[in-house]
Design a binder for this molecule. Structure first.
Ligand SMILES: *[C@@H]1O[C@H](CO)[C@@H](O)[C@H](O)[C@H]1NC(C)=O
Ligand SMILES: *[C@@H]1O[C@H](CO)[C@@H](O)[C@H](O)[C@H]1NC(C)=O
Length: 597
């Protein structure tokens, strides 16, 4: 579990800085780069105070809004709108409350029909205000039947009646809003109403399309529309994630991810084989050797095979269950992982690794109390095992308890000062708790102590980047890239970081993208590179390209929370693409909004 917090922070900044290009700064971003997934929920809503460009052009609408009659008190607000304030006078000879037959209608002139329809609508409005929704709907129906060219407001108002009926007739709301929007695609009230009806019908994709259009057409000024987008996005992503997970083949995450995960555990010697090793015993050794060589696919198939063949001694079995459980955890099969890790502990209660890993399973399930219990248990068996304190530090770190985290990292380094991550994490925790001088000192010591490791360079670079010391940061990333260049396997995170740094420093999107593509050339499944590329595409208003990256990111998601997050972006971009298709005249404006920030 090597942490990667500041990287996440910065991607999140990138996201929230671009919330308009993202439509709404949707929800959250996950970068699963450091061996454990850190979820950073954005609490930002949409819109907010707009700049001048957003305000201009709204004046006319505002005036019209003021003319709206306040009607029935309703969470939908002033629900009946007078879109044509100059309601035509109705000639007195028309008996307007009478239901006309088809023949009678046929005899009326177009002008007479239009006038009569307006009167009927007026009566509908009155009935609506009196909360006689069925009567009101009836008036609107007659108005619509009368005129060859019904006003969009007739449909929209009738939709408002359907909303207010008990139970609400959401399907009819959708139909009427369809009709109103066909006549006026910029009709915000109708869009809004249809969005709500679709949400009630659990047709989230369509609802999202409408809320998105409402938000953009409203120039991001309507906060509750922005919140609606986030709400529906969340429902949609959760629903889609469940569908995907029900059918998807389980598989291992990216190399970068697995490598980072295993790097968080100190290497251990191979277990001593019994005198007459069984076939399964030998296969277990093959699995552990493959793991040592970072050949995860083989390690996984060997360990499965070893358990099938049968392992002859308890410590070996405990190793095997620990390893298989770890792979299951990485695949996202949390419950199965827990069972294996538990089996490993039952066989060998002093197995620190299994305790620590069960703790991370509990963390993933949000049960921190249980996670801490596991650390206590582990300490009972091995009070001097540095792994325990390092990983407890990680948990405290995730919980933003940086002081205690720092204490635990320090204890870990005191027990073993050769493990690079406890030093790095100590420095990052010091930084997080505002102790800049200590943090820098720890980093400098660590750089010196581990000249051949890229990680101190990389994370120090992140810290510098966080302080906007761009040039220094890029230097560190370059050094880290150089160190990694001579290694197999290559850790590509410094490359992605360099890309982000160049983007933040010089807005050099091309260079940033090149770095990410280079990272993907080395590890095609590097989540951080895919997520960054997606954000960079959005930044430039290249929504279709962003969509492809978000789709890829969803494919790479390891578990449900990650998948939900990835899908959030994916569907937010779909909605934006659809908006550009439905409102081509505004599409260019939208990409200006996206790029001109
Ligand atoms: C803002 O959006 C909400 C939710 O979509 C909607 O109910 C409300 O009528 C909108 N307000 C305006 C002024 O458009
Ligand atoms: C580590 O964290 C725990 C809290 O979980 C705390 O009780 C302990 O004092 C910290 N420090 C060390 C050195 O263990």
């Amino acid at each position: 579990m090597s942490s990667d917090d500041s990287f996440v922070d910065r991607v999140q900044h990138l996201v929230s800085d671009n919330k308009r290009s993202l439509l709404i700064g949707a929800a959250a971003v996950v970068v699963a780069a450091g061996g454990v997934a850190y979820y950073v929920a954005s609490t930002r809503g949409a819109g907010g105070a707009g700049d001048e460009e957003n305000v201009k052009g709204d004046k006319k609408k505002d005036k019209r809004k003021k003319k709206h009659k306040k009607t029935v008190k309703d969470k939908d607000g002033p629900i009946i709108e007078e879109r044509k304030p100059k309601a035509p006078e109705v000639s007195s000879e028309l008996e307007d409350d009478k239901v006309l037959t088809a023949d009678e209608i046929a005899e009326l002139s177009t002008e007479e029909r239009t006038k009569l329809a307006a009167t009927l609508k007026q009566k509908g409005n009155e009935a609506y205000q009196a909360r006689s929704f069925t009567t009101a709907a009836d008036y609107y129906t007659r108005a619509i039947a009368l005129t060859p060219k019904p006003e969009p407001v007739y449909y929209s108002n009738r939709a408002a009646c359907y909303v207010n009926m008990t139970p609400p007739k959401h399907e009819l709301v959708v139909e009427d809003c369809d009709a109103a929007l066909k006549l006026d695609s910029h009709y915000l009230k109708a869009l809004n109403r249809r969005a709500m009806a679709l949400e009630a019908l659990e047709l989230y994709e369509a609802s999202l399309r409408d809320y998105t259009a409402t938000t953009i057409l409203g120039k991001f000024q309507n906060d509750s529309a922005g919140q609606a987008v986030e709400r529906v996005l969340k429902k949609l992503s959760t629903q889609k994630a469940a569908e995907i997970l029900a059918t998807r083949e389980p598989r291992l995450p990216s190399f970068t991810f697995i490598y980072a995960y295993f790097a968080a555990f100190r290497p251990r010697a191979l277990p001593a084989l019994p005198e007459n090793p069984s076939t399964g015993d030998n296969t277990l050794i093959l699995a552990l050797e493959a793991l040592g060589a970072s050949d995860y696919a083989h390690s996984l198939s060997f360990v499965n095979e070893a358990i099938e063949q049968g392992i002859s001694w308890d410590a070996g079995k405990a190793e095997a269950f620990n390893l298989r459980g770890t792979f299951k955890f990485l695949i996202g099969e949390t419950d199965a992982a827990k069972a294996d890790l538990q089996a490993s502990i039952d066989l060998l209660p002093s197995m620190t690794q299994s305790w620590v890993k069960i703790a991370s399973v509990y963390m993933e399930q949000g049960d921190t109390a249980k996670a801490f219990e596991c650390f206590e248990e582990a300490i009972k068996h091995n009070p001097e095992d540095p792994d325990i304190y390092y990983h407890r530090g990680q948990v405290l770190f995730i919980m933003n308890d940086f002081a205690q985290a720092a204490e635990n990292y320090t204890k870990s380094t005191a027990l073993d000062d050769q493990f690079v991550f406890s030093h790095i994490q100590l420095a990052v925790a010091q930084y997080k708790s505002g102790n800049l001088a200590n943090s820098m000192a720890t980093f400098r010591r660590t750089l010196k102590a581990f000249p051949q490791r890229s990680e101190p360079q990389n994370y120090y670079g992140e810290l510098l980047l966080d302080q906007q010391r761009f040039q220094d940061a890029v230097e560190k990333f370059d050094r880290a890239i150089e160190i990694e260049r001579n290694k197999t396997p290559t850790n590509v995170l410094p490359l992605v970081n360099k890309g982000l740094a160049l983007f933040q420093w010089k807005q050099d999107v091309d260079a940033a993208e090149r770095c990410c593509h280079e990272a993907l050339r080395i590890d095609a499944e590097c989540e951080a590179a895919v997520a960054t590329l997606a954000q960079l595409s959005l930044q430039q208003g290249k929504v279709d390209q962003a969509v492809r990256m978000f789709e890829r990111h969803s494919e790479l998601a390891r578990n449900e929370p990650e998948l939900v997050n990835a899908l959030t972006y994916q569907y937010a971009s779909y909605a934006q693409l659809e908006f550009m298709k439905n409102y081509p005249e505004l599409a260019s404006q939208l990409s200006q909004l996206a790029s001109g920030m």
